[in-house]
Design a binder for this molecule. Sequence first.
Ligand SMILES: Cc1cc2nc3c(=O)[nH]c(=O)nc-3n(C[C@H](O)[C@H](O)[C@H](O)COP(=O)(O)OP(=O)(O)OC[C@H]3O[C@@H](n4cnc5c(N)ncnc54)[C@H](O)[C@@H]3O)c2cc1C
Length: 407
Amino acid sequence: MAEHQYDAIVVGARCAGSPTAMLLARKGHKVLVVDRARFPSDTVSTHLLHPPGVAALRRWGLLDRLTATGCPPIDTYAFDFGPFTISGAPGAEDAPVAYGPRRTVLDKLLVDAASEGGAEVREGFTVEEVVTDDGRVTGIRGHGRQGRTVTERAQVVVGADGRHSLVARAVRPQQYNEKPQLLCGYYTYWSGLPMDGRFETYVRPDRGFAAWPTHDDLTLVIGGWPFAEFDATKRDVEGNYLKMLEMAPSFAERVHAATREARFVGTAVPNYFRKPYGPGWALVGDAGYNKDFITAQGMHDAFRDAELCATALDESFSGARPFDVAMGGYQATRDAQVLPMYELTCEFATLAPPPPELQQLLGAVHGNQEAMDGFARVMAGVTSPAEFFSKDNVGRIMSRAGAAAHA
Ligand SMILES: Cc1cc2nc3c(=O)[nH]c(=O)nc-3n(C[C@H](O)[C@H](O)[C@H](O)COP(=O)(O)OP(=O)(O)OC[C@H]3O[C@@H](n4cnc5c(N)ncnc54)[C@H](O)[C@@H]3O)c2cc1C
């Protein structure tokens, strides 16, 4: 048996990696977390943190640090479908609002919390290779900025290294529920576009766009179109982006009066689940499960993975449960929690008009404040789509709309 210097080595130190390292270290385990990036630094991602993500920060004792950065709270989600707007409160009891923190701020806060929790943090460290012995992962090989290659060993290597995960490439996990890229999205930041605590989203034929406030009095506006148009549109991103906003004339007018403060950033992502564990390895965040960003669930999903995976690894390290049993529980819980939202996200990401029954339901939700709050909570990841779209709940919403129309 190889001697382990660490209980866990975590590759990647953003939304999935730093909380995993922090939670394991807080439980007394010896943890190394590495990232080739240095912090603070940005990454290609917008950053609406729905209430479940805010609740996780509160549980970890980090929410006050975020609010102290002056990040504006978001208490209303408004979904403009053209003929009508559904506007509701997204919050849960333990987290009534959402935030849109810049990743430069949020990720740095998470890295610092991992370090304060007792994890050893190595920034500017690139993992080149996953080390294996007899088919079991036993460590990593990589280099810091000075270039000297070192090998570090651990009982478990956790890949928190995002969509292009080197750890996943090395261990080749089973991949399932896969769907290709469905849309491409572009975003930038505007000054002079006040949002007054609102997240606004606009649903139009073959187009969808959204805006919300972030640090420094800036507003992020992201929009997207079907992936099939990616090649044809990438030569004129700005023209296509502005033309898209014209589909909501009053919003376009507000943008015309604002000033663009950054370049456009854009991408498209695939949709997949991966088995998140095997001999000597685990996956969290986008490395283990990814879906289109249209519903903005990735950061709180990464937080949830961090909690589930750190709990399972702690049980395995302490001997409370065998590794495979504990990690099998992590996978089963993750999949059960995210599958309904995954399906809904992929459906929305096609940007196809909602099927007639959904259009009817949305029309019935409009104007019924309780139902509008319920819809906002579904899109915020607070309530499962399975619950909101259940026969009973849909029946209640439809009969209330019917009674109102009759009256
Ligand atoms: C355009 C876009 C918009 C999005 N908008 C939202 C949104 O509004 N809200 C939301 O919740 N989610 C959003 N997401 C999803 C969100 O960005 C991700 O789900 C989230 O960042 C996942 O975190 P992670 O820690 O798993 O991976 P990442 O944030 O990708 O972090 C991975 C880290 O691993 C490091 N790494 C990788 N390979 C190595 C290596 N070999 N050696 C060392 N380090 C390595 C990288 O440097 C990186 O820092 C969006 C995504 C995209 C693409």
